[in-house]
Design a protein around this ligand. Structure first.
Ligand SMILES: [Zn+2]
Length: 368
């Protein structure tokens, strides 16, 4: 979840075209997926995410050794490698320019505050990136995996399921009891775990009719740079994307949402997505804090501005550890967290197999 909305200037005003796909890479991808499909032991009827499983995966993605996952930092790259390995293990097909990695060119200018790393800014293009002095270039990536749809009529339609894996790094000036690492266990390692576990569950459950792009975005905390780059350089035509579901901050219960096990959807009233989910028995309610404008404060928003029904699932109850060093794994309610992960997987299946969500009159946001 972010405070800033600085990405709007960089966002295209219309749906950009997907780049033509290299046929060699596609055939390699297909060969990889056939090998994985044939591998034994991948299908397990008991696919639900347990609290222990959630704890184990969250512990890796919010680990101190990843140093707060600042966009373009070595710690963020280590997180990206963990995520890519999970995607591969779950049989997703890599859709990046380097395996699962979609390169996001980041320009790190001079530091604003002495002692802090410079704010990562998105380069205008790869050509512009090449003109930046090497010392100011940062290698950042989105991590992108495809679960190919099973229905010949629907497999060319895509659902995006995303979460941001970047967080705000380290800051000695804001250390508490010697801890200067902003682990972002809730914000948003929790969403990344849910995204990965949804991929695992859906694949083990036999796949979905529509295809799903699972994306761990970088740069959410720095003007949604990862999403902006993804939209400018789509791995599949965005005209074929029927909906976007982001998952943000689901590790702790929200008393206003009904407490443990309950989640909410930003912009619920704007489209039919919430109704489709509740009609299918997924317990998700409207965002109980509309004044916070969470609908516009996560990676769903750039997709919504392009006309794609796009919302965020969350259970952020306004805890005081938001963007603080105490957003830690130890503060997570794992029974709640795993319940919301399993509800998210059901929600994604409903959207990938059933009717497409549509905007309601006046529901689609307009660029201000
Ligand atoms: Zn945040």
């Amino acid at each position: 979840m972010t405070d800033r909305l600085t990405f709007l200037r960089a966002l295209p005003r219309a749906l950009p075209r997907a780049l033509p796909r290299p046929s060699l890479r596609d055939s390699l991808v297909l060969a990889t997926s056939l090998v994985l499909l044939a591998a034994p032991g991948l299908v397990d009827a008991q696919t639900a995410t347990t609290p222990d499983r959630a704890r184990q995966l969250l512990g890796r993605i919010a680990h101190d050794s990843l140093e707060g996952r600042l966009t373009g930092s070595p710690g963020a790259m280590r997180a990206a490698r963990i995520i890519a390995a999970e995607m591969e293990r779950h049989g997703l097909e890599p859709l990046g320019d380097r395996g699962f990695f979609q390169t996001v060119p980041i320009h790190a200018g001079p530091p604003r505050t002495p002692g802090l790393p410079p704010r990562p800014l998105l380069a205008a293009s790869m050509a512009a990136y090449d003109t930046i002095p090497a010392a100011q270039r940062r290698d950042a990536v989105n991590v992108v995996g495809l679960l190919r749809g099973t229905d010949p009529q629907l497999r060319d339609e895509y659902l995006i399921v995303g979460a941001h894996y970047d967080h705000i790094g380290m800051n000695a000036a804001r250390a508490v009891d010697g801890d200067s690492i902003f682990n972002g266990a809730d914000d948003d390692a929790s969403g990344v775990v849910a995204m990965l576990e949804t991929a695992r569950q859906l694949r083990e459950g036999g796949g979905t009719k529509r295809s799903i792009l699972f994306v761990a975005f970088t740069g959410e905390e720095n003007g949604m740079t990862g999403t902006t780059w993804f939209i400018r350089n789509p791995v599949r035509p965005l005209e074929q994307v029927v909906a976007d579901v982001q998952i943000e901050m689901i590790a702790r219960p929200d008393s206003l949402a009904g407490g443990p096990g309950k989640g909410w959807l930003t912009g619920f009233e704007r489209s039919t997505m919430g109704e489709l989910l509740t009609a299918a028995g997924v317990a998700v309610i409207p965002d109980p804090r509309p004044a916070q404008n969470f609908f516009a404060r996560s990676d769903n928003y750039p997709f919504a501005l392009l006309g794609i029904p796009a919302h965020t699932i969350s259970s952020f109850g306004g805890h005081g550890d938001y963007h603080g060093v105490n957003d830690e794994v130890d503060a997570v309610d794992f029974a709640h967290f795993s319940t919301v992960i399993n509800a998210t997987a059901r929600a994604v299946r409903v959207l990938a197999d059933g009717p497409k969500p549509e905007w309601k009159p006046g529901g689609k946001p307009e660029r201000r």
